[in-house]
Design a protein around this ligand. Sequence first.
Ligand SMILES: NC(=O)c1ccc[n+]([C@@H]2O[C@H](COP(=O)([O-])OP(=O)(O)OC[C@H]3O[C@@H](n4cnc5c(N)ncnc54)[C@H](OP(=O)(O)O)[C@@H]3O)[C@@H](O)[C@H]2O)c1
Length: 284
Amino acid sequence: MKNIVITGATSGIGLAVCETLLVAGHRVIGIGRSAESCDKAKIYLLSKKNNADITYFNADLMQMAEVRKVSSKIIEYIDSNWDGMLDVLINNAGCVRSRYCTTKEGYEQQFALNHLAPFLMTYSLIDSLIKAKGRVIVTSSESHKNMSMRWDDLMFTRFYKPLMAYKQSKLANMLFILGLNDRFSKKGIRAYCVDPGLVNTEIGLKQTFGIVSLVWSLRKKKGVTPDVPAKTYHFITSSETHPEGMYIHGEEKKEYSSYVNRENADRLWRISENLCGVEFGRLR
Ligand SMILES: NC(=O)c1ccc[n+]([C@@H]2O[C@H](COP(=O)([O-])OP(=O)(O)OC[C@H]3O[C@@H](n4cnc5c(N)ncnc54)[C@H](OP(=O)(O)O)[C@@H]3O)[C@@H](O)[C@H]2O)c1
């Protein structure tokens, strides 16, 4: 039985992952955007397994202040109920936008939710992960390929292209996971990106309009149901030994972009530390 935290646990891939992990007997903390969506998801999961060990916390993870607040509540919960040990952190929450939108803290929303939130959440929970020699998973995507970081304008303030900003955020996931393995594998942590494939969810229809929602409403019909990628998270979570590779689809490691190298990973790491106001080297 594993202790698991997952973000984006109220719909789509994240909700299906919760169901798969709970049915397999694991203990799960889910994070959702609102109290209502968390309540609804909990009722759904308990209808699938009436004694499921599921606890929800809600937070708008686009706001780094909220990531900090919810992670301290999670640490309290882990310390009181799980002996301070977190086996798996799944950073899965994500969004798509049609136009340039910023968070209260001034960051472009896709960059904030899809990259900075996983970075800061992992930083905040790293002690509990180290204690359990845990695994970290981020939901990335094939869309990280044929892409580079716009280093001089990471927030895409100029000539905003929604798809490019999304692709960059998924590339940032890959660079983060490479950087995390580099720094923490000696402490027993292993980190992975999952490529879920094309999945039929509502992601492209939430707070979007025009071409983005039109394209997604057509494209999603070709996607698999969320229970399909959920098996990958179950595989990474439950394998006795660390699965091989860093980028996983199904149960196989996959090739990733050559842009995902140490130099780029270190550069993004430093920038992310600055933006989040943390230093992984100086843990609590
Ligand atoms: N669908 C695909 O084909 C596909 C392919 C590759 C990668 N992905 C990635 O898979 C992940 C999950 O996406 P999905 O397709 O399953 O879409 P989804 O159903 O929209 O799931 C996204 C999750 O993130 C949550 N979320 C959104 N904004 C949030 C915020 N500000 N604070 C906290 N939580 C927030 C959503 O909450 P609500 O339930 O309240 O909306 C939901 O639980 C994303 O990282 C996405 O980039 C998806």
